[in-house]
Design a protein around this ligand. Structure first.
Ligand SMILES: *[C@@H]1O[C@H](CO)[C@@H](O)[C@H](O)[C@H]1NC(C)=O
Length: 251
């Protein structure tokens, strides 16, 4: 009995190793250059939160993020004043954390409204999560959890995400309350300000250096199109992933 168990464990370990190896091959195998994906977003913007909970999670589940270098930039439209303080000023939005849509010149409804101190806080918390857990699987899980609460109007319960994701709160808590968190947010602010062309709204999704503008809903198709590796990513074979030329006109 004990021997059987031992064999079983050995087999499980072997299988795990095998699957880890093949996942790595997809990303780094022959000619498999990773696609650079950067997402500039705001923690409390419903469009950003929805992007995370829908598109980003789906891309992760479909294995597309294995083929990508993902950079998350939780900052959006926050401002740094002359003294280095970061503010997420609430605009003239009638609801306390509501986001009023704005029409941009690309015709999309965009969330350019700031959502107040809670937004700065959660931007920094997410920056700290990325810093504390560089593994995408881990920090994306946490950011997904927070974004899901944002979508449910329960973002103030964000600390429940530590437990839900089985994560130690300590590194993030120390970070967001201290200088480290502030520094990280300043750095994300710099990266956001340096965007060429500048972002017009959030989420601002950039694939291999090119912004998707209001086509960010087709995020997965853009990754498939940009991915030069072999073998083809399984998820890219499904219908709807083929590029229509006009869809890629901007790329
Ligand atoms: C924050 O940035 C300042 C200025 O670059 C630096 O001196 C300081 O050591 C940083 N602090 C932390 C905790 O990273």
């Amino acid at each position: 009995m004990a021997r059987d168990l031992h064999h079983l464990l050995l087999l499980a370990a072997l299988l795990q190793q095998l699957s880890a190896t093949s996942a790595g091959d997809v990303a780094t195998g022959s000619g498999g250059e990773k696609v650079h994906v950067a997402i500039y977003y705001e923690s409390l913007c419903p469009y950003s939160a929805r992007f995370v909970t829908n598109h980003l999670l789906k891309a992760y589940r479909d294995g597309l993020l294995d083929a990508a270098d993902l950079t998350l930039v939780p900052y959006g439209n926050a401002k740094v004043d002359a003294h280095g303080a970061i503010t997420c000023q609430v605009g003239s939005s009638p609801s306390p954390f509501g986001c009023r849509d704005a029409h941009t010149d690309v015709g999309i409804l965009a969330c350019c409204m700031q959502h107040g101190p809670d937004e700065c806080l959660l931007n920094t918390v997410q920056a700290c999560a990325i810093d504390a857990w560089p593994d995408v699987k881990v920090h994306l899980g946490f950011i997904y959890c927070v974004s899901d609460l944002v979508m449910k109007n329960r973002h103030r319960e964000w600390e429940s995400c530590f437990q839900k994701q089985g994560l130690d709160p300590k590194p993030v808590t120390e970070c967001y309350k201290g200088e480290r968190g502030h520094n990280l947010s300043l750095e994300y602010g710099r990266q956001t300000a340096e965007l060429v062309p500048p972002h017009q709204f959030v989420p601002w999704v950039v694939v291999d250096g090119k912004p998707l503008y209001n086509d960010y809903g087709k995020f997965e198709a853009y990754i498939c199109k940009a991915y030069k590796g072999y073998p083809l990513l399984e998820a890219c074979r499904s219908p709807g992933m083929e590029a229509e030329n006009d869809v890629y006109g901007r790329l």
